[in-house]
Write a new protein. Structure first.
Length: 208
């Protein structure tokens, strides 16, 4: 149940019912109802949803059928702006009718970027030096007109443009204030200009 709920929250939301069998398990629709006697019998199911981290955006209700015994639990999961994981720390995402695990850190990071839970600009640029930011011409030009007057080191620390533990600059710090950002962040920060020498309305590759 955690797997399904997490997958819905990490995708576009959805709903499921505890107490009605899937068609793949029971072919006859009239025999799929498997309700429990009272609401308290679903306590462990609700507790399982509460164990999901961060807190899952969901609501639930109990459904009854006059022709069937007991109750079933309907759970509605909202789309979340955060990345959720089950109790075993596995992150799932809904794809079609499947709840698929994200097995790599890159996949989880990409999901966080998509949701807006994390920003690429906040990531530290590994093996870079704070001097690329605090000793640049660009930050001196910027701080010349900045109020209140600030030292470059004080400014980048207060604006969280460097990592407090390693003193490595973040992507935002490099992009904003490094004199040569594309050299400090290869393959991640550059503008490529293609020029076509032709008068044709639709240039060909040969004109590049």
């Amino acid at each position: 149940m955690q797997k399904i709920a997490v997958a819905f929250a990490n995708a576009d939301g959805g709903e499921f019912v505890v107490g009605i069998a899937d068609s793949s398990d029971v072919l006859d629709p009239a025999k799929r109802w498997a309700g429990l006697a009272k609401q308290e019998d679903f306590n462990q199911h609700i507790q399982a949803l509460m164990e999901i981290t961060p807190t899952l955006p969901f609501r639930f209700q109990f459904l009854a059928c006059p022709l069937r015994p007991g109750l079933v639990l309907q759970v509605q999961v909202e789309k979340s702006s955060q990345v959720h994981s089950a109790a075993d720390k596995t992150v799932y995402v809904r794809s079609g009718a499947q709840s698929l695990p994200l097995n790599s850190a890159d996949q989880i990071t990409a999901l966080a970027f998509t949701k807006g839970a994390k920003s690429f600009e906040d990531y530290v640029v590994p093996s870079s030096r704070m001097e690329l930011v605090v000793d640049s011409k660009e930050i001196r030009r910027f701080l010349a007109d900045y109020s209140p007057k600030s030292d470059p080191v004080e400014f980048v620390v207060n604006q969280q443009l460097v990592d407090f533990k390693t003193w490595e600059p973040t992507v935002a710090g490099i992009l904003l204030f490094s004199d040569q950002p594309s050299a400090n962040m290869p393959r991640q920060c550059a503008v490529k200009i293609a020029r076509y020498v032709t008068r044709e309305d639709e240039p060909e590759r040969d004109h590049l």
